[in-house]
Design a binder for this molecule. Structure first.
Ligand code: GRF
Length: 219
């Protein structure tokens, strides 16, 4: 399974995908990493000898940017497009190019707390559990069909960074496990149904989020 990874940030989820591939927990390859700005994720990709490309965001020319982005990604012929910390909303052109093949990872238990600053929103709301969601991308903001979720506790004294780090530790297990399941035909992207177990033992453990596991530092 060929993946195209879109990122705007430091790329710890990209690193988790690459680690899972190296460890044999994810059958597939990263065909390209594409960013909307000069993101540290591009450096990670280059360090691995992977194609890394910038399609700088053009606010005044959103539709053309969207089409350029679709073209840049399509050039690598990915089976699945993964938004791993990609901070832009994709337009119609892009979505039409890759129907039911774009995944996003979001740091909350959707549909609670969509959008930016989800960990802070969870703290402000006083919830006791948060986590992460892997979902298919549609035209809304974090609204597409949910494929998998993992929970972590919100602990006394948490600030947004502390909670986000705990959430990211489970993102790094869940996202590669979901991708692996798709590659193995155990998760059907057209029906959103799992036809097999969540194969990765770490990801299963993440669903329960014992504090010891949840506190492990993100990569
Ligand atoms: C992750 O927490 C993800 O849920 C959100 O953006 C963050 C990206 O982190 N969409 P990284 O760039 O993968 O480290």
């Amino acid at each position: 399974m060929k993946l195209a990874v879109l990122a705007s940030g430091r790329g710890s989820n990209l690193a988790a995908i690459l680690e899972a591939i190296d460890a044999g927990r994810l059958e597939g390859s990263v065909a390209a990493v594409i960013a909307d700005r000069d993101a540290p994720a591009l450096e990670r990709a280059r360090a691995r000898g992977l194609p890394a490309e910038q399609v700088p965001f053009r606010k005044a020319d959103r539709a053309a940017w969207d089409a350029d982005l679709a073209e840049a990604v399509a050039a690598h012929a990915p089976d699945v497009v993964v938004l791993a910390g990609f901070m832009r909303i994709l337009g119609e052109r892009f979505l039409k190019h890759f129907p039911k093949r774009i995944l996003n990872v979001h740091p909350s238990l959707l549909p609670a707390f969509p959008g930016a600053r989800a960990p802070q929103a969870a703290i402000d709301a006083g919830v006791r559990l948060s986590g992460c969601t892997v979902h298919l991308v549609d035209a809304g903001v974090d609204t597409g069909p949910i494929l998998a979720q993992a929970a972590v506790p919100v602990l006394p004294g948490d600030d947004a960074d502390r909670l986000h780090a705990r959430i990211q530790a489970v993102e790094h297990r869940l996202l590669p496990a979901v991708l692996d399941a798709i590659g193995r035909g155990q998760l059907d992207l057209s029906t959103h149904q799992w036809t097999g177990p969540l194969g990765d033992a770490d990801a299963r453990a993440a669903l329960l989020a014992p504090p010891g596991l949840a506190e492990r530092a993100p990569a």
